[in-house]
Write a protein that binds this ligand. Structure first.
Ligand code: TYD
Length: 207
């Protein structure tokens, strides 16, 4: 397998989707074959699993059930889409992967990073990215970008949300320290052009 597997990670409003598209265009112009994807990535079985996760009727879903379903959806997407592209020598950029589960399920939901990591190693046959870019943006900045109507009075739900996103943010910083050889942090508070420049530089290091 001689392709390059890159994942993008970060909280809400981190700009990773915008930058992913820009990077794809640049590398494609340079002659690389680039597959830009995100879980469940248009893979039928993975989509169906995702539907169960996001269904608002499933309010009593257990947190480990949720983690297992994310891992199941991830595996199907990996096997059907990511691995075949890597086998053809393509660059695969995936918007969210194992680290999202470590942070959202492991830390923010409180299952524990190590437990979620083990489960994901099984689900992916230990397939970790060659490089992971963490888009570092403080949750209050990210949420403001998403909810442009920031003048509105902050209510209890917003506060709960901020608290959850704060946990996610701290979780990402924790896994950056835990896997320093794989995950690189990019300052995403700056303008889009500057974030793009930093991300491209970190990707070029491994091409
Ligand atoms: P997504 O629809 O990809 O939105 P975003 O634009 O923020 O990337 O993800 C939806 C939510 O699912 C997001 O809040 C993160 C969460 N998520 C997990 O909790 N665990 C996971 O393993 C993944 C992939 C996503």
């Amino acid at each position: 397998m001689n392709g390059v597997f890159i994942t993008f990670e970060g909280g809400e409003g981190s700009g990773k989707t915008t930058i992913a598209n820009m990077i794809k265009d640049t590398l494609t112009d340079e002659g690389y074959h680039v597959v830009l994807t995100r879980e469940p990535g248009g893979v039928d079985i993975a989509e169906k699993i995702r539907d169960v996760i996001v269904d608002v009727k499933n309010t009593n879903m257990d947190k480990k059930t949720e983690a297992l379903l994310y891992a199941a959806s991830r595996r199907q997407h990996l096997v059907e889409k990511v691995i075949p592209a890597l086998e053809k020598g393509f660059i695969v950029i995936c918007d969210r992967y194992v680290d999202s589960s470590l942070v959202y399920q492991g830390i923010a939901r409180g299952i524990g990073i190590d437990e979620v990591y083990e489960m994901n190693l099984f689900a992916t046959d230990n397939k970790l990215p060659d490089r992971t870019i963490f888009f570092d943006v403080k949750p209050e900045v990210g949420l403001k970008r998403v909810h442009t109507d920031s003048q509105r009075e902050v209510n209890r739900l917003d506060l709960e949300k901020l608290d959850f996103h704060q946990k996610v943010y701290e979780g990402y910083l924790e896994i950056c320290n835990k896997y320093p050889e794989r995950i690189v942090k990019v300052d995403a508070h700056v303008n889009v052009g500057e974030v793009y420049r930093q991300v491209l530089e970190r990707i070029r290091e491994i091409l």
